[in-house]
Design a protein around this ligand. Structure first.
Ligand SMILES: N[C@@H](CCC(=O)N[C@@H](CS)C(=O)NCC(=O)O)C(=O)O
Length: 202
């Protein structure tokens, strides 16, 4: 095995990296790290996950890791060549990391899963932002089969693990079915081996 991914399977960022490997046909081993340990900070100076080890090369930050995997390994391209499609892919990755993750994972999923303090008023107040974000993704998916273009790109591998978790919350379970393009896209993603082989234990 030449590829190791460090981090717990529950992390959406770890799942994105795992999905990228599977889409490329790259076997990997998932390894856990003790958060904040010297083993961890020797791999990632800011004690985050995921971390990639490919032979003697260590790489941190999912956006660097997924692009590296796409560039280094054979297999279907996960970054479009067309500059506009590439731009949209990068826009989506940034959007998911900076906006969707905050509303959907940090503010909704973690409290609902008991991994952060739960405040029902705060969860209820999230609704307009949650619906707005679902609507923006739905609109993009009305224009193309995938987020950035017809083909699957890294952008899809960032959003899908987030939506999969959101669908497990009462709020997401109620809201998501109202967005038909998002539902069609998610159904397609869920049929992929990269998704089914990376389902996190809850
Ligand atoms: N920008 C980083 C974000 C990674 C990140 O935030 N990972 C979370 C887990 S999903 C983490 O390491 N959290 C630990 C902490 O915040 O201390 C990336 O893309 O890899």
């Amino acid at each position: 095995m030449s590829v190791f991914i460090y981090g717990p399977p529950q992390s959406t960022y770890v799942r994105t990296v795992r999905m990228a490997c599977t889409e490329k046909g790259v076997p990997y081993e998932l390894k856990d790290v003790e958060f904040g340990s010297t083993d961890h900070t020797s791999l990632h100076p800011f004690a985050r996950i995921p971390i990639l080890r490919h032979r003697d090369f260590i790489l941190c930050e999912s956006s660097a890791i997924t692009r590296y995997i796409d560039q280094v390994f054979e297999g279907p391209r996960l970054r479009p060549e067309d500059p506009r499609e590439r731009g949209l892919m990068n826009q989506w990755i940034s959007t998911v990391m900076d906006y969707y993750y905050d509303v959907m994972i940090r503010s909704l999923v973690l409290p609902r899963l008991g991994l952060a303090p739960l405040d029902e008023k705060k969860i209820a107040a999230l609704r307009p932002r949650l619906e707005h974000q679902l609507g923006v993704a739905d609109k993009a998916l009305a224009e193309n089969r995938h987020l950035a273009c017809e083909a699957l790109t890294l952008a899809d591998l960032y959003l899908a693990p987030v939506i999969a978790f959101v669908m497990k919350t009462p709020e997401g379970g109620r809201a998501v079915p109202g967005y038909e393009n998002l539902v069609r896209w998610m159904k397609g993603i869920m049929e992929r081996q990269s998704f089914s082989s990376s389902v996190p234990p809850l």
